[in-house]
Ligand binder design. Structure first.
Ligand SMILES: Cc1ncc(COP(=O)(O)O)c(C=O)c1O
Length: 397
């Protein structure tokens, strides 16, 4: 018998749904609202700072924990926007995007056999990384808005039931991809209380921290007393500065937790691209007006796509944050979200993502009545998508 090529830890993964739908979008000339990256560029001053850094010879390995000036800028930014006091020397590690940070946190804090609690739908790397470690994910589904709930919500008993003696860590993601939920203080305090009761650490993924729409307000869990000593905050430059290809991220954590993450980071990538670190320090120090303009820009895009989807007969959940909209497709008569999205890309000419892939098999049905549309696109692209949907999507039954 020839040996299987794939190691067991990767053999259950296919290619991601993003690759499949991007390939289909290209083949059918579809407008791509599937992948979550902007089709416009980041600030000129930041791009120039990167070019300057390269010219000035900032081209060798950075310090493993991250360039000193960037760590200082991360601390200044955390104080300015979240009122969080951060020691740049003992509480920060710079990583290659939030993606690396998530792996480092799990490698540094979770043992094989431990359990990790997370909400569904989830960002797909959580599930894969927990599996890499030989740990187990315990999922709690977020529930869509209904008569009793204005926004996405969770059942407290379901969360309580997911925690147990083997719980090691809770993964939070606020603002949340793909629902756009922004967790409230009350919800966070409940979750923090459970973590305290079970001695669990918290990974708080806040890559959409600047994409929040009033009246929702982003609250950094680590600034609440119940989370302060147990939370690793993860963020990155990708979404806040429309520079997803740079892959510069970071963790902020109390020194012992930062050290655990750092031990993993030193053998995962060791260090992150030096000239880009210099430029992200410039980005984090942009004036308040930059961040206000960004949120305003995305609010306009959210409204534009919400209107387009509604006009095409798709009921929508209005996101409080992030740059994704979940639309309700249940009444369109397709077997599931994958069938709907295949039809959309091949016949309507618009690519969206079927969100059932962000659920565990047990709860997959909860995602099968929705499609995820990204609005981090130029207005012309959003308008073209809306036009195609209006013209070519058959009305719901
Ligand atoms: C919730 C969430 N976390 C992490 C990431 C990855 O961020 P980065 O590009 O900085 O690795 C993404 C990217 O889409 C995301 O949506």
């Amino acid at each position: 018998m020839p040996r299987p090529v794939f190691a067991e830890r990767v053999s259950r993964f296919g290619t991601t749904v993003f690759s499949e739908f991007s390939a289909l979008a290209a083949k059918h000339g579809a407008v791509n609202l599937g992948q979550g990256f902007p089709d416009f560029d980041g600030p000129e001053a930041v791009k120039e700072a990167a070019q300057r850094a390269i010219r000035d010879g900032i081209n060798q390995y950075a310090m493993g924990v991250g360039a000193k000036d960037l760590r200082q800028a991360i601390a200044e930014h955390a104080l300015r926007f979240h009122g969080q006091t951060v020691d740049p020397d003992t509480m920060v590690t710079v990583t290659s995007g939030a993606t690396e940070a998530i792996l480092d946190v799990l490698l540094g804090l979770v043992n094989p056999g431990d359990e990790v609690v997370a909400f569904e739908p989830f960002y797909d790397s959580y599930d894969a990384n927990v599996a890499f470690l030989g740990a187990t994910s315990r999922y709690v589904p977020l529930r869509p808005p209904d008569a009793a709930h204005a926004t996405w919500w969770f059942d407290r008993d379901e969360v309580r039931a997911a925690f147990g003696p083997r719980t090691r860590l809770l993964i939070l993601n606020t603002p949340h991809n793909p629902t756009g939920k922004v967790f409230t203080r009350e919800e966070l305090e409940f979750l923090g209380g459970l973590c305290a009761e079970h001695g669990a650490w918290v990974l708080s993924d806040e890559v959409y921290e600047h994409l929040v729409f009033a009246p929702a307000r982003h609250l950094r869990p680590a600034t609440l007393p119940v989370f302060a000593d147990r939370t690793v905050t993860v963020s990155s430059a990708g979404k806040s500065f429309s520079l997803t290809g740079w892959k510069v991220g970071w963790v902020i954590a109390p020194p012992p937790l930062r050290d655990a993450v750092q031990r993993a980071h030193q053998f995962v990538t060791f260090a992150t691209a030096s000239p880009l670190q210099a430029a992200v320090a410039t980005a984090l120090r942009l004036p308040d007006s930059y961040f206000e303009d960004l949120a305003r820009l995305y609010l306009g895009k959210r409204e534009r796509l919400l209107a387009g989807l509604r006009e095409a007969g798709l009921p929508v959940h209005t996101p409080e944050g992030s740059y994704f909209i979940l639309a309700d497709i249940a009444r369109h008569g397709f077997a599931d979200d994958v069938a709907f999205c295949r039809h959309l890309v091949t016949e309507v000419g618009v690519a969206a993502i079927p969100p059932s892939v962000f659920y565990s098999p047990e709860h997959r049905h909860l995602g099968q009545g929705m499609a995820r549309f990204a609005f981090c696109k130029t207005d012309a692209v959003l308008d073209e998508a809306s036009k195609r949907l209006r013209a070519r999507l058959a009305p719901a039954r």
